[in-house]
Design a binder for this molecule. Structure first.
Ligand code: CA2
Length: 137
C-alpha cells in the first residue's frame, strides 16, 4: 500500500512554536513513529508552503497511490484550487487537522477541502495521521 502524506504551509514549524495548540513534536519525529507503526506501508512525505506545489503534488500522486492524508494548513480555509485538485483525482483523500478547527476562530470552520475528501479528522493531535492511515488499511 502506497500512502502520501501531504502537509501545507507552516507545518514545517511544528514542535518549535505554539506547543499548546500543535504539540511539541516535529513532524519529522512523528513521521519516524508512523513508519514504525505501519511497517507494511510505503509512505511518501511532502511538505510545502506554496499552494501550487501542493496542487502539483496532489496531481502527481493522485492517480497511482492508494491514499492521501493531507493537512492543508491555512489553505484549508482559503484555497478553492486545492479543493478542485482533490475533486479531480482518483486516489481517496483524508483531511487531517492537528487542532480542532471547529473549536477555534470562525474562519477556521470553513474548509474548501472537506466536501471533496472521504473524511475529516480534526483535533486529535498528530494521532490523526495514524488514524487516517488505519482507515486506508
Ligand atoms: O490544526 C491544524 O492542523 C491546522 O491545519 C494547522 C494550520 C491552521 O491554519 C489550520 O487552521 C489548522 C496552521 C499550521 C501552523 O502550524 C504551526 C505549527 C507550529 C508553529 C506555528 C505554526
Amino acid at each position: 500500500m502506497k500512502i502520501a502524506i501531504i502537509n501545507g504551509p507552516n507545518l514545517n514549524l511544528l514542535g518549535t512554536r505554539e506547543p499548546a495548540i500543535y504539540g511539541s513534536q516535529t513532524f519529522e519525529m512523528y513521521f519516524e513513529e508512523l513508519k514504525a507503526q505501519f511497517p507494511t506501508v510505503t509512505f511518501h512525505y511532502f511538505q510545502s508552503n506554496v499552494e501550487g506545489e501542493l496542487i502539483s503534488e496532489i496531481q502527481r500522486v493522485g492517480f497511482t497511490f492508494d491514499g492521501i492524508v493531507i493537512n492543508p494548513g491555512g489553505y484549508t480555509h482559503t484555497s478553492v484550487s486545492l479543493g478542485d485538485a482533490i475533486a479531480s483525482i482518483t486516489t481517496p483523500v483524508v483531511e487531517v487537522h492537528i487542532s480542532n478547527i471547529f473549536g477555534r476562530e470562525e474562519f477556521r470552520k470553513i474548509s474548501h477541502v472537506s466536501a471533496k475528501a472521504k473524511g475529516v479528522i480534526s483535533g486529535l493531535g498528530l494521532k490523526g495521521y495514524a488514524l487516517a492511515v488505519t482507515y486506508f488499511l
